[in-house]
Design a protein around this ligand. Structure first.
Ligand code: ADP
Length: 486
């Protein structure tokens, strides 16, 4: 790994607690981070305990008070320096990301730029956390509304975007004047640590950003939700774990930001530009090898174009090159773990059992390991697991539908409500369907919706809160109103 880097010091095998890089947990344990493409050891990290998390929270508690007193402009300047460092080191950060997560190097580079865009955006927003003045309700009253940082924010992030999912939380928190204690996924902690190192180099003070590396996520999650110095928890991950954290946080009425699972429908109407829809489907379904919470999980294609769409999608999918993310020209890396492979296999087996057909793929890739063939299934119905559960892998199940009404109902028939997509050229239908879809985000004639300038987030069991845009900073401030008698 080190030989691929311009700046090898960006690879860190320590955690960041209270401004110190620590090699040992109190219990002394360590855990391995493996490259999912090769199974090779990437690094060994301290397996921190709940007590370490408590120490980090204490430090964040004190550091936050000082950080909050800085001007928005000072905080903006620090985030700008971090943004510049992320851009200057994007090549190395991408290598580290591919090494621990497996995605193709070009996609990893894209993720670093995407993560950095939140740092840039919220740095700019730091100067614009405006309050309000409200005309008084009585002649001798004046009303002022302040927005103040929430305080210590705990963050738990997943392995699928090891840099961007954290940057998207860290940047608004720090911009608003909060301090953060984070726990990255144990599969991919290195990207979080290099981000923390750059934050340190950018002049973000000790204690404002802590990174707890640990395999014992349940204990760390308990500390994050039960410690009364933590005032908000922001989590990206599965709906199941989101529910656990929400239950735990209920004891202290903890504020929560939750970006949970999705079950995105991708609808192609007869009147769509089919080639554009195919391109959108490729991006939405196969980006990150199907391992994003906004990936198309269910493709609904209107009956008039069903066969041709399936045929052409299979042709495009046959061109996807699967392999090690460092190999030139690779489009899809491995899945993250054996468990992920097993889930994909289970979903395919269940669909075949209930009458679906494999159009292409369907099996582990000949490369072995965690590589899986990009797959297209046809003849898929609502009774199959792929209709209800997030597959999180390179499987495109194509459902057939006849009417707009029917497909909107099928699309909404899920407890999830994160991303949705549809293709149509009829402007009346575009508004009708966009308004009828019960989702936080709707991509219309596009398969790619993520950007720092727009509010990312879900409804129903896909979560609460929004990340990015002018709305994002609101998740990290409290509103206080001053009623002044004069
Ligand atoms: P995924 O299926 O993407 O791994 P998870 O929700 O299991 O989704 O994991 C997302 C993050 O939540 C990871 O950092 C993981 O370590 C953490 N996590 C898993 N279980 C718990 C838990 N009980 N409490 C707190 N964090 C958890």
């Amino acid at each position: 790994l080190l030989s691929k880097l311009r700046d090898p010091s960006l690879v860190i095998d320590k955690a960041l607690v209270a401004g110190e890089w620590v090699s040992n947990s109190e219990g002394g344990g360590r855990f391995d981070v493996l490259n999912p493409s090769t199974g090779d050891l990437v690094a060994t990290l301290p397996d921190l305990s709940r007590a370490d998390a408590a120490r980090a929270i204490d430090a964040a508690y004190h550091a936050q008070k000082v950080w909050a007193k800085k001007t928005g402009k000072d905080r903006a300047a620090a985030l700008r320096r971090l943004y510049d460092l992320m851009i200057a080191n994007a090549g190395d950060l991408a290598v580290i990301l591919t090494m621990e997560m497996g995605k193709p190097l070009a996609e990893a580079k894209g993720e670093i730029l995407y993560g950095a865009s939140y740092v840039e955006w919220f740095g700019e927003e730091a100067k614009r956390v405006y309050g309000d003045t409200i005309p008084g309700h009585q002649a001798d009253k004046r009303i002022v509304v302040l927005k103040q940082p929430i305080g210590v924010v705990a963050a738990i992030t997943p392995w699928n975007f090891p840099n961007a999912m954290l940057a998207r939380k860290f940047a608004p928190a720090v911009a608003a004047g909060c301090a953060m204690v984070s726990k990255p996924a144990a599969e991919t902690p290195l990207s979080a640590l290099s981000l923390a190192l750059l934050a340190e180099r950018a002049g973000i003070p000790a204690g404002v950003f802590n990174v707890i590396t640990s395999r014992d996520s349940a204990s760390i999650g308990k500390e994050f939700t039960e410690n009364e110095k933590v005032r908000k928890l922001t989590f990206t991950g599965s709906t199941g774990v989101g529910k656990i954290l929400m239950r735990q946080g209920a004891e202290q009425i903890m504020k929560l930001g939750l970006e949970l699972g999705g079950n995105a429908p991708f609808i192609v109407f007869d009147d769509a530009d089919v080639n554009a829809a195919l391109e959108g489907a490729m991006i939405s379904k196969y980006r990150n090898n199907g391992q994003t919470c906004v990936c198309a999980n269910r493709l609904y294609v209107q009956s008039g174009i069903y066969d041709i769409f399936a045929q052409k999608l299979a042709e495009k999918v046959s061109a996807i090159k699967v392999g090690d993310g460092f190999e030139p020209g690779v489009d899809a890396g491995p899945l993250i773990t054996e468990k992920a492979v097993a889930k994909v296999e289970e979903h395919i087996a269940d669909a075949l059992d209930k009458g679906a057909k494999i159009h292409i793929g369907g099996k582990p890739d000949a490369k072995g390991g965690l590589f899986f063939q990009p797959t297209v299934l046809t003849g898929v119905t609502s009774e199959m697991k792929v209709a209800r559960e997030e597959t999180f892998g390179p499987v495109a199940p194509i459902f057939k539908f006849d009417t707009e009404e029917e497909v909107v109902e099928m699309a909404n028939n899920t407890e999830y409500g994160l991303a949705s997509y549809f293709y149509s050229k009829d402007v009346s239908r575009i508004f009708r369907v966009a308004e009828a879809l019960e989702y936080g985000m709707v991509g219309i004639n596009t398969g790619l919706i993520s950007t720092e300038v727009a509010p990312f987030g879900g409804i129903k069991q896909s979560g609460q809160g929004r990340e990015g845009s002018k709305y994002g900073i609101n998740d990290y401030v409290e509103i206080k109103y001053l009623c002044l008698g004069i």
